[in-house]
Design a protein around this ligand. Sequence first.
Ligand SMILES: Cc1cc2nc3c(=O)[nH]c(=O)nc-3n(C[C@H](O)[C@H](O)[C@H](O)COP(=O)(O)OP(=O)(O)OC[C@H]3O[C@@H](n4cnc5c(N)ncnc54)[C@H](O)[C@@H]3O)c2cc1C
Length: 415
Amino acid sequence: MSVAYTSDVLIVGAGVGGLSLAIRLARKGWQVRILQEQVSVPPRRRPEIIQPAGLQALDELGLFAHLYKQDVTRVETFHFRRIGGRPLCRVDYRALNHPYPYALIALPQQSRRAFLDGLQDHPGVQIHWGACLTGVLRRGYRIVGAKAIENGEEREFRAPVTIGADGSASRLRAMAGITTHVKRYPNAFVGMLVTCPDSMKVDQTVHYDLGRGEILGCFPCSKSQLCLLFMVPADRAQERDGPLLKSLKDRIAAIRPELAEPVSAVVGWDQVSWQAPVRVRLGTWVIDGAAFMGDAAHACHPHVAQGSFQAMEDARVLADALQDPRTGAENFSARRLKLYEQFRRPIVERLQCVADEYAWLWETKNLFLSYMRDRIFRSIGRQPALLYKVAATEAGIAPSPLTFMERLQALGLCA
Ligand SMILES: Cc1cc2nc3c(=O)[nH]c(=O)nc-3n(C[C@H](O)[C@H](O)[C@H](O)COP(=O)(O)OP(=O)(O)OC[C@H]3O[C@@H](n4cnc5c(N)ncnc54)[C@H](O)[C@@H]3O)c2cc1C
């Protein structure tokens, strides 16, 4: 017979979302178990922008200092420039009326480190590293936990409520039979970590270079390193055995000559990360005995750079919605858990729409649309009210699409 563990809640996935929820529930005195598939977290070569609203959420969790003490970078401005041409727009977070008028650029492993450091104050949370999910446990229709292989043995993890925080490709979601729609975008992003050239060390700014069907993002992610994200058609993934890497490096060097030497140090795909963004929408986020959060519930295109903040927000709302497990299983019925979904779903779906619009416009190959995009960027840059709205959306403070009138203003068709 397999070993059985019990806890007040079982969380599948020790990402930003699962760990935020664990901290919030541990503060309420809950016993929390987390299943995490990988034994350790492999480093990722891509930047994680922690937006002002995300920094506030980290502060609430008592984690801000844990992140800030690492070699992360504070940025206040985001510069958009036409490749080979003029500046388009500058978004400045200092104009925001917010306690954190800046973002931090970290690597995903640094933000995870901050969470794990913070968890040391919460002995009620136990992470099962290397536990590989094999199925869900049910009593009738209700989910009552999950099964996983740990140290070569199958184990049962029983809990009144199970949370799927296992990312955009969530296996728990599939095992629970949740209807899922995954949108795949035509473009992927390659990430490289390079030495920051002296000319870019002076300004702690994020630079985006936009062209026709081309985007290069440069993110200062430590005192000496720059993380590059370069857009590539997703269907070129199979060309990775050929000369693709060399052609990408040549193009990056042509866009920004100061990067020619730093990218020459990238000599193999093991120094590069390949990220293909997806958008996830579920038929329902909650069923009897289980709820989904973060990327497992609503992965979003990263142009709005808010995935980690939104996962932390899910945790805040879900922790409030989860009632004391000792007062009965009815607390975790789909009907009760629906309150969480009803509150969060409209917010993240609005953000997904903004992100889809950004992906469509920023990444366009079309000559006319790229001309219009540049015109919109320049026009927004000249109108403080529009610039504020764009900054507040990106910062996670008040995410909302532009209204019809604001779109006309952005096109420069009315004042
Ligand atoms: C190219 C790119 C750039 C991005 N940039 C930003 C950015 O700048 N700012 C930002 O806020 N967000 C960004 N994001 C999004 C952000 O990374 C995610 O939204 C965020 O990590 C979601 O957190 P999560 O906890 O829901 O999921 P994840 O971070 O994916 O964590 C899920 C965890 O579950 C584990 N897991 C998976 N399957 C199982 C299983 N079967 N059993 C047990 N454990 C499992 C995984 O190992 C992982 O630890 C970006 C995403 C991409 C693709």
